[in-house]
Ligand binder design. Sequence first.
Ligand code: SF4
Ligand code: SF4
Length: 471
Amino acid sequence: MDGPIRKVTPYVFYGQTTSLCESCYALVPAKIIIEDGNVFYLKRCKTHGVQKALVSTDPTYYKLCHDYLKPGDRPLQVQTRTELGCPYDCGLCPDHEQHSCLALIDVNEACNLTCPVCFADSSTAKTSHRSLAEIERMMDALVASEGEPDLLQLSGGEPTIHPKILDIIAAAKRRPIRHIMLNTNGIRIAQEPEFVKALAAFKPGIEVYLQFDSLRPEALKTLRGADLTRIRRQALEALEKEPISTTLVVVVKHGVNDDELGEIIDYALQWKCVRGVTFQPIQDAGRNENFDARRDRVVLSDIRRKIIEAGTAFGEGDIIPLPCNPESIAIGYALRKGSQIAPITSFFPKEMLVEALPNAITFEKFPDLHKQVMAFFSLATSECRHPEKLNALLCCLPEIPVPEGMGYENVFRIAIVEFMDAHNFCLGRVKRSCIHFVTSNGQIIPFETYNLFYRDAAAQQRMAISKGGKV
Ligand code: SF4
Ligand code: SF4
């Protein structure tokens, strides 16, 4: 019998969230769909119509992220009330699910570069520096919220050109902050050995978070406006000399540097001072010149896949979702001996990571990990200690035992940190954000909502339009 035939959708409707319109930043409903091996948000704005944003190129990993969810770890204090609803109550408001695993304080707007890609919209034209007293008040707000903050990143602008940067680091060291990172483009470090010596005096507990991006001049010109290959090498030589623990930070833009992720990891392993590489898909926020979302976006799963397929030691099970914010952050840890590494993340069962963790792993509970450690370091005895937490950069992970006489330099870390923008914004995911800015009035605001809605006059204007829902 001929009759009307029902249609099957070309996708699987996997769920529903609330996202943002890419034009007016209004909150819009978004269907989460899986289609042709990708995950998308299918959004509908009353004013700007239907939009389709790529969220993941790996549905299996996307689904796996939800298995890693663990109960939230709340801050000691919140700074605002739940009134207008997320994301207009930052923060942190009582609705937020995660404390500040990593907090940032912008010590200045001034910079010695004007990068075409800069979510802070800093430049050589900006000259302002926060006063030490104001920065100390911001640190106190963080300590009040966290008790003992895990990690503070001093950022900007370019923090190393703040006239009181050493006093700022000293002020952070006087507080119960476990780990301090200096986020820098490396120019001052490359050019001033005395400055690097002064930084080294703050060891242990100080690390340099070095903008790196690429080994190629052309990619650096696209992302940073200048060929910084020599500056990067000189900065690493200076950091190696002291030595100061360093993490390389790579902003990844499709077609610019996404084909050299494996080479960057290999290069990182040539430097003893480098403890790991953090990859960040480009966030469409602040200054983002010549950005075409359809052409230039990269998502976390792209980067994870490229690292796995680049022939690095990290395989499928070695880069896993971080339990406090699994869709936004992936991590992989390895033991390190010279330029050799042996990944270990796969030794921790998911069930263990999402439940209450012991502070330190004991080898009795992890015989396979024990064997791996002993074989990798060619040891005959089981003399091991717990000198360094895996959570030196990000929490949720236990201390790892390494043999007597070895330490942080024997651990290597890959992190992929995807900050959402208007394309892939998810209201559920932002409530789990664990990377936060501290503001001058003592508020603590998730990285994403800060850049989209709170950072400056342009962001606040965006919020006003978003609330109105029209341009
Ligand atoms: S992002 Fe967090 S702090 Fe901001 S409004 Fe939403 S729940 Fe509150
Ligand atoms: S990205 Fe960093 S180095 Fe570049 S302009 Fe912005 S603050 Fe300066």
